[in-house]
Design a protein around this ligand. Structure first.
Ligand SMILES: [Zn+2]
Length: 172
């Protein structure tokens, strides 16, 4: 078990389209386990493999309320097969530090993929679960929440981030 480093914007790996997993071997299972630990430590409610520098089609998430026992899920090669309605929720992203913005997404989605035992699963989610599934599957396409906000907001964030990175560099 290990904590992984989370890649942050503008790391180019976040723009990479992740490739399907063809064999669920020990290295994939280890990665999933490490991603779950990294997600809880961050803390976050979802993580895509690109975010830890591995452009594979693998996501983990847990939308269980904090006062309830953890219930992590692993989805391999997830695909949104249908989406309906719309919702706008404030989102954050472990790869977009210190930033929150409202993002418009489907209210309900149905996702197909494989669980960590390679068994096909179909997940219907609404509300927060629907947001997390769409957000994480976006990552696998190289799409960040920044790509789903207005160009003006995006430009402001990029400016802020550049300043932040510059001052981090100056202080080292
Ligand atoms: Zn994210």
């Amino acid at each position: 078990m290990a904590f992984l480093e989370i890649c942050t914007y503008p790391n180019p790996v976040l723009k990479k389209k992740a490739v399907p997993i063809t064999e669920i071997d020990d290295s994939v299972l280890q990665l999933a386990e490490d991603m779950i630990e990294t997600m809880y430590q961050a803390p976050g409610i979802g993580l895509a493999a690109n975010q830890v520098g591995r452009p594979l089609r693998l996501i983990v998430y847990d939308v269980t309320p904090k006062d309830q026992p953890r219930n992590p899920a692993v989805l391999i090669n997830p695909e949104i097969i249908s989406g309906e309605g719309s919702q706008s929720q404030e989102e954050g992203c472990l790869s977009v530090p210190e930033y929150y913005a409202e993002v418009k997404r489907h209210a309900r989605v149905t996702v197909r993929g494989l669980n960590d035992r390679g068994v096909p699963v179909e997940i219907c989610g609404e509300g927060l679960l629907a947001v997390v599934l769409q957000h994480e599957i976006d990552h696998l396409e190289g799409v960040l929440m920044l790509d789903r906000i207005s160009a003006l907001k995006r430009a402001l964030y990029k400016k802020r981030r550049q300043k932040q990175l510059k001052s981090d560099n100056d202080s080292h």
